[in-house]
Write a protein of this length. Sequence first.
Length: 292
Amino acid sequence: MNGAGFRFAAHAPRLVVYTDLDGTLLDHHDYSWQAAGPALHRLAAMGLPVVPVTSKTVAELWGLRERIGLTGPFAVENGGAIVVPARYFGANEGEPLEQAPAPGYWLQRLGPPYADILEKLRALRSRGYRFLGFADMSDTQVAEHTGLSLTGASLARQRLCSEPLIWQDDETSLEAFREALHAAGLSSRQGGRFLHVMGLCDKGAALQRLQTRFAVAPGGTGGEGGLTLACALGDSPNDFDMLAMAQRAALVQRPGGDYAAPADPPRLIHAGAPGPVGWCLAVNAWLDEYSL
């Protein structure tokens, strides 16, 4: 690690916030984040990183990160890949990211390339499994299924390492499909809208990879036992692996007022509202715990 890399502010806690986006930091209906502003401002004032760990693509993240004011690393496509600004953790790892709007970002793949996933899905479709993926849809169709604009839908289809599916058969066939995916070296996670197919990776593995780098960053005051604390927020089953890996975890309400139901990770709290309102409540509770 050299002086060019990330360091915690001298009197700030060693705390990193990992967050799902859709339905968590972003509103499920209109994708707004402004209701989380008070907590985001508190984190920014202390220089504490907010790390998106999302089903979104790299292409979708560029403009969104800028609007929210995030500048650090992020994980995309449910943990299939990690993107890190050059020299953020000292030495660069992975490969230069070709999709970046400007040079200076590095890609670390945790799963197989998109083309390999599509090839395996085509083979499974030929066996009678019924599904509709983003690769099968136009921008207009993706926009209809997601509520995104046509531009947003186009960005969502620029994928690196996962494929969102709409399942078109019954639950029995879905279970057989999941087993066939595993036999093909793939896995699936149920998100808020889609079944996400990827390699044998997940959001929890992405959090672990990033947390090992933050753990050796200089500065700050130690958390429990001198640890660098991972605080994670999500709202759906594809977030459970990430929540289980964190020392603090918050499950954000879903739009209907209910919660997804994971096996309780350590210190799980239930944020008392959906989307960015619930996000703000949970993060403020953590910061209040440290009297910050």
